[in-house]
Write a protein that binds this ligand. Structure first.
Ligand SMILES: CC(C)(COP(=O)(O)OP(=O)(O)OC[C@H]1O[C@@H](n2cnc3c(N)ncnc32)[C@H](O)[C@@H]1OP(=O)(O)O)[C@@H](O)C(=O)NCCC(=O)NCCS
Length: 152
């Protein structure tokens, strides 16, 4: 159900990005460049026989980081983001990361609820992180020492 995205999935991902994130979406060019050159994994989740969401994670230089996560609107509240979070946390643990990090818009109630359910704690606010909208980001961290697979 969860698999690596292939290059042929990237145009689909770029379209979903644009629909969900508007002006601050990752562009197709950025996605295709990062896919080839970044230290990231692109993971997709299938439901009802088609791709329904994705997560991008990996080392961003010095920390294991969730860089992107989305589920198609019609597929939400079915546990797909949970499954992607489990995949992310399992990989972070497999590579020996002590903790995991992410940023989330302070206005994104659904994502904040998801991350808090997974034990992420507030670290600091990055002012006007999301451009061009100028929305603040909350930096969140979760230690992996307390993580048990399958139970947030
Ligand atoms: C955030 C997002 C990925 C959640 O995806 P999802 O597949 O619907 O999430 P799940 O069904 O796995 O939900 C897991 C838990 O997250 C929380 N949650 C998810 N959506 C929520 C919402 N709209 N309101 C409140 N809590 C929510 C709940 O705790 C939920 O558990 P529950 O259903 O047992 O109550 C999805 O809403 C999305 O793609 N949003 C747009 C993109 C985005 O904002 N990505 C995050 C960028 S940082």
């Amino acid at each position: 159900m969860i698999r690596d995205l292939g290059e042929s999935d990237l145009p689909w991902m770029a379209e979903v990005e644009s629909e969900l994130f508007g002006a601050s979406a990752w562009s197709r060019e950025l996605i295709e460049h990062d896919y080839v050159y970044g230290f990231t994994r692109y993971r997709g989740i299938e439901a009802d026989g088609r791709l329904a969401g994705y997560a991008v994670y990996g080392y961003d230089g010095d920390a294991f980081h969730l860089m992107n996560l989305a589920v198609l609107p019609a597929m939400r509240r079915r546990g797909l983001a949970r499954a992607l979070m489990e995949d992310f946390l399992a990989e972070a643990r497999r590579v020996g990361a002590p903790d995991v990090w992410l940023e989330v818009a302070v206005t994104n109630d659904a994502a904040l609820a998801l991350y808090r359910a997974y034990g992420f704690e507030d670290v600091r606010v990055r002012r006007k992180y999301y451009q061009p909208e100028g929305v603040d980001a909350l930096v969140m961290r979760r230690a992996l020492s307390t993580y048990e697979p399958g139970s947030p």
